[in-house]
Design a protein around this ligand. Sequence first.
Ligand code: CMP
Length: 131
Amino acid sequence: MIKPDAVANGHIGAILNDIIAGGFKIVAMKYIQLTAESAGNFYAVHKERPFYGDLVAFMTSGPIVAAILEKENAVEDFRALIGATDPKKADEGTIRNKYAESIEANAVHGSDSNENAEIEGNFYFSQFERF
Ligand code: CMP
């Protein structure tokens, strides 16, 4: 996902450029605004965390870009491309280092395992929306 902060700050194009230049193929993509219910479900694993309520409010504050990306070793390579969750700790040149505002408004989300990539891809896209 490209999150509401990065969308509002005009970084969709630059982030997609970095993703494509990083060797990722875009299999599916859409521009949508999450409801509190859908954002809550997406981040259900964080339900008990103190930042959960703020995270859901932030993720519903404006439109996002959701995408499925394909590449050999995609999960690990995408996490390297985006950098650490906290942009202050993200390596120079990573997407979060360049475009994120804070640990919450951190520009992008990437799946943390192949299993979660499958679940999160299915959350947004039907089989007819993948190419
Ligand atoms: P993401 O990779 O989408 O996964 C969970 C999200 O929760 C994370 O990016 C941040 O947006 C948010 N998050 C994680 N840790 C914190 C924190 N300590 N404070 C606020 N938000 C956080």
